[in-house]
Ligand binder design. Structure first.
Ligand code: HEM
Length: 228
């Protein structure tokens, strides 16, 4: 136990925390995407799924866990980045330094975009602040009409466009993040490095296409308020 506490107070421990919390957020993203894709099965499916989730006895446990994982991911990444900058007695060659600062700058920037998107997304669909007129709707079974909320929301070109753009940037963050996750966990043997790299591309492309398909198919009118 003491060894475990010691490990998590070193930079190796920090890397492990970032990798494990990143992995947990990736699992959330996959689950959230699959749940949201029930929109393609019509109002009853998405509203039923949302009602089931809201009424689940573990929903608050899950929400607090998600917030804790997210906060740990961000704070430990900041600590790690600061420590890496301080602990460089021997400078990298100019090319490596340029490459590293580009990667870390783009991870920080894309991470900031994901955080701003998340704030916007929660204000939009969880708290109903951005389009309050579509938040109060109920379906014929008196359930929160999440289907009507999502479909009406993505008919607005600015809303649909900002989701698509943010999800593309989320994809950039995930590509490097998921590849680092395997590296930190030591899953990087040369005989399957290529397999892992293509696996990461495939997973991230699936996530980006899955999420983007929702605003795109709604905005194009393929998915309508009547369902389908
Ligand atoms: C097309 C894309 C997306 C759609 C349609 C969508 C839909 C939704 C909806 C409808 C809710 C509210 C659920 C409810 O209160 O019943 C929600 C909550 C949430 N979404 Fe998304 N989402 C999308 C993308 C994302 C992305 C990319 C992330 C993460 C970066 C994300 C993270 C969250 C979180 C953390 C919550 C709060 C969960 C909770 O209240 O327990 N969503 N989303």
């Amino acid at each position: 136990m003491i060894r475990l506490v010691r490990l998590f107070s070193t930079s190796v421990g920090d890397k492990l925390i970032v990798a494990l919390t990143g992995g947990a957020l990736l699992v959330f993203l996959l689950g959230h995407m699959l749940g949201n894709m029930t929109v393609f099965q019509g109002p009853d499916s998405l509203n039923g799924y949302a009602a089931w989730l809201q009424g689940h006895p573990l929903v608050w446990f899950f929400r607090f866990g998600l917030v804790a994982v997210f906060v740990a991911h961000v704070l430990v990444t900041v600590r790690l980045t600061k420590a890496n900058r301080r602990a460089r007695p021997v400078r990298y060659s100019r090319r490596v330094a340029r490459q590293m600062s580009f990667t870390s700058r783009y991870m920080v920037l894309s991470g900031l975009v994901v955080m701003s998107f998340l704030a916007f997304h929660l204000l939009h669909l969880t708290f109903g602040v951005i389009q309050p007129e579509i938040y109060q709707l109920e379906d014929s079974q008196q359930r929160h009409d999440v289907y009507a909320m999502v479909v009406s929301g993505f008919r607005n070109p600015w809303i649909a466009g900002s989701y698509v753009l943010s999800i593309l940037l989320l994809g950039l963050h995930l590509i490097h993040g998921a590849a680092s996750l395997f590296q930190t966990l030591g899953i990087n043997h040369e005989s399957y490095t290529v397999l892992i790299r293509y696996g990461v591309y495939l997973l991230v492309t699936g996530i980006v296409l899955g999420y983007c398909s929702i605003p795109l198919l709604i905005f194009s009118g393929t998915v309508s308020l009547e369902g389908g």
